[in-house]
Design a protein around this ligand. Sequence first.
Ligand code: CO
Length: 300
Amino acid sequence: MTLVNAHAFRRCATLILALAILAAGCGLAAAHGEGKKADKKGVLLVAFGTSVEGADGVYANIEKKVREALPGVEVRWAYSSKMIRHKLAKEKNARLDSPAEALARMMDDDFSQVVVQSLQTIPGEEFHALRETAQAFSGMPKGMRQVVVGYPLLATTADLEKAAEALLAGAPEARKPGEAVVFVGHGTSHPANVYYAGLQYHLWKKDRAAFVGTVEGAPTREDVIRELKQAGIRKAYLVPLLAVAGDHARNDIGGDEPGSWKSVLTAQGVACEPVLKGTAEYGGVVDIWVEHVKQAFERL
Ligand code: CO
């Protein structure tokens, strides 16, 4: 055998050996029924959760729009509030998954890639907790290859512009010139609280009598009262800047008890008309969340 032929023989032998190992590997995998599976992509919608009557219909509408945007893609739900999940289990015998439970189930149901989209307003504490949960499930052994989290309602400057427009489009039609609309959000000590002031800026570009306040952050109720007085406003519609008009909207904002926004503003000479409509009921707001699902899906 010449030198050249010996090399060729060794190369050939190596190739045959490699093929044999590959074939054996395939055989093993086939025997376990775990050969390479086709991609299975899904969407997990995460709501804080609510026990308010009628919220089911609001959530169903969002799911319908997501399905229309991503035909053929399975859509599932999770509630991030443990308190709400336990309440629903106890009172209505309804079993709802936490985000981690839902992702574990999707992992077991052979999803390869998942978009997690929450119906949050700002990228605050809840959003970052969800990102960490998604991260933990991304690339888990025998699990999902990729889990991507879509942006909350307010993330980019374009979101703020669109949200301002959508909120004003859905504001009470009965409002007359000189009357204010006050969008009251949750508010947080998280740095993302600045989004509320950002939204205020974009609202004012369109409507000087549209204000933003928060229950637990800034702008505070006192900030809003000062602005209303400066503008000489005597009547305001109190509108929740919350996905669902639940507990905060019914009690802290629009309730009749002494400490509510309605009571405090009324005592300050601003007549109040509370509105029980969550932002998940605004077509334009839902469109922003759906757009964020689509953007995240394109990253899979
Ligand atoms: Co709260």
